[in-house]
Design a protein around this ligand. Structure first.
Ligand code: C2O
Length: 492
């Protein structure tokens, strides 16, 4: 593999993705930020500078396993301190997987002010196509900042999005412009879908066209066909679309699923597919029939192309999702605890400093046995789906059922289960995931609804503490923490 180097400047900037100006935070002044493109096996080096005032940052490479590089995971309060204003950090990691993913800020609610972008790692595909159209990012969008909206989100309920974006574009009133793409009759195209929303499940479709789904997150699957595909927050799907319709214009749609999203039916999040260089016009095509829902495709539909079985658990933890109101503010609990960030001393620093003590708010599960299997079962009695994400692993989905109470392991499937890094916890149901303790590090697991992460819906895994290399990891921590704590002292 070769080395691919990028320079990211995180800046405040007034932008108008849908024609409405607002303050945004972005990478290099654009939303989305630059796409990282590499080949399987390459080494990626990203120099990140925080050019904002009064704001920390950290960039997380969503779904990248970070084998032996936990400190490069970019999670403020877990694997590093926030990068202080004016300070820089260099992240280095290896593309050990291939497919489609994204990066986003992992500091507070910053990602959803615009600090995100795509990652394409080229590798074998499980079905042929003529052209790679690259990343198609599906976002919800607000005309205020997430910081302005947080108080409401935490006391009144999640705010309604003003709009949504496709690759950073959409119309609003008479302003803005739509995402457009060209098809040549008879050719087939690969689209790399990413849901970057803070609180929206999108159903993706292209009028009159069938989607052949070839991968889910960073895992190639046995191809299957569908007309409409639920893309949960943080999830990715690569689809192949054949230009097999009458030449013309067709709507491409990201339809918010109201069952689990705080959005309105009227949000019209569309792009235009145009055939054979015809004039681009608003299409007159009709959407495929669909049912509003927030479920992942049924587990039998998602079958990994490379077959692997899970093994029996050595550690198994069943936990419940809870929602409490503390002093008028929503707090989510997992494992009975609400997760709280400690910006000034990240977990990894504590783990590497033997005398440290952890508090309940750090919500830690310690896994010390090498290469044994861990099962996490998350039960949710609430009638709302949650996109559950784990860092550092592609987990195996052993069960995902509309049953609030998990019985025992006989309910689980261990034979080539779907593997990915975000799966939906069903409404009034449970999600059972498994992984092998094969990646020493500190890994966050959380609901990828941005408000929920900030409201404490998270836990941490400290995996094989004794095998985490000390010197290389401490370097990242010391770099960021010295600058961050100096900045904090000056502010206080
Ligand atoms: Cu997409 Cu914890 O992240």
């Amino acid at each position: 593999g070769v080395i691919r180097e990028y320079w990211f400047d995180v800046v405040n900037k007034t932008l108008a993705p849908d024609g409405v100006e607002r303050i945004t935070l972005s990478i290099n002044g654009s939303i989305p930020g630059p796409t990282i493109t590499a080949d399987w096996g390459d080494t990626i080096v990203i120099h990140v500078t925080n050019s904002m005032q009064n704001n920390g940052t950290s960039i997380h490479w969503h779904g990248i396993r970070q084998v032996n590089s936990t400190a490069q995971d970019g999670v403020a309060s877990i694997t590093q301190c926030p990068v202080a204003p004016g300070d820089s950090i260099t992240y280095t990691w290896k593309a050990t997987q291939y497919g489609t993913t994204w990066y986003h800020s992992h500091f507070s609610l910053q990602a959803w002010n615009g600090v995100f972008g795509g990652i394409v790692i080229r590798g074998p595909a499980s079905a042929p196509y003529d052209e790679d159209k690259g990343i198609v990012m599906l976002s919800d969008w607000f005309h205020q900042t997430t910081d302005q909206l947080y108080a409401q989100a935490s006391s009144g309920g999640p705010p309604i999005a003003n709009n949504g974006l496709i690759n950073g574009l959409n119309v609003y009133g008479s302003g803005g412009s739509r995402f457009e793409t060209q098809f040549a009759s008879g050719d087939s195209y690969r689209l790399r879908l990413v849901n970057t929303a803070i609180d929206t499940m999108f159903k993706f479709s292209i009028d009159n066209h069938t989607l052949t789904v070839i991968s889910a997150d960073l895992v190639p699957i046995v191809p299957f066909d569908t007309t409409a595909l639920n893309v949960g927050i943080g999830q990715r799907y690569d689809v192949i679309v054949k230009a097999d319709q009458e030449p013309g214009n067709y709507w491409l749609r990201a339809i918010p699923q109201l069952t689990c999203s705080s959005n309105e039916m009227t949000l019209n999040i569309t792009g235009i597919v145009t055939y054979d260089d015809l004039p681009v016009q608003d299409p007159v095509t009709a959407p495929w029939a669909y049912v509003d829902d927030c479920a992942d495709p049924a587990l039998g539909t998602l079958v990994p192309f490379v077959s692997l079985d899970a093994e029996a658990a050595t550690t198994e933890q069943v936990m419940d999702v809870g929602l409490a109101i503390v002093n008028g503010f929503f707090k989510w609990t997992l494992n009975s605890n609400t997760f709280l960030s400690d910006w000034g001393e990240p977990t990894l620093a504590k783990v590497l400093t033997p005398s440290s003590v952890f508090t309940d708010e750090e919500n830690i599960i310690t896994l010390n046995q090498t290469n044994t299997w861990t099962y996490l079962v998350i039960e949710s009695a609430l009638g709302l789906e949650h996109p559950f994400h784990l860092h550092g692993h592609d987990f195996f989905i052993l069960g995902q059922k509309p049953m609030v109470t998990f019985g025992d392991d006989s309910e689980l499937n261990l034979s080539n289960p779907m593997r990915r890094d975000v799966a939906m916890i069903p409404a009034s149901g449970y999600l059972a995931i498994a992984f092998q303790n094969d990646n020493p590090g500190v890994w966050l697991a959380h609901c990828h609804i941005g408000w929920h992460t900030s409201q404490g819906f998270a836990l941490q895994l400290v995996e094989r503490e004794a095998d985490i290399p000390v010197a290389s990891n401490m370097e990242t921590i010391e770099d960021t923490c010295t600058a961050w704590n100096t900045y904090q002292d000056a502010v206080d």
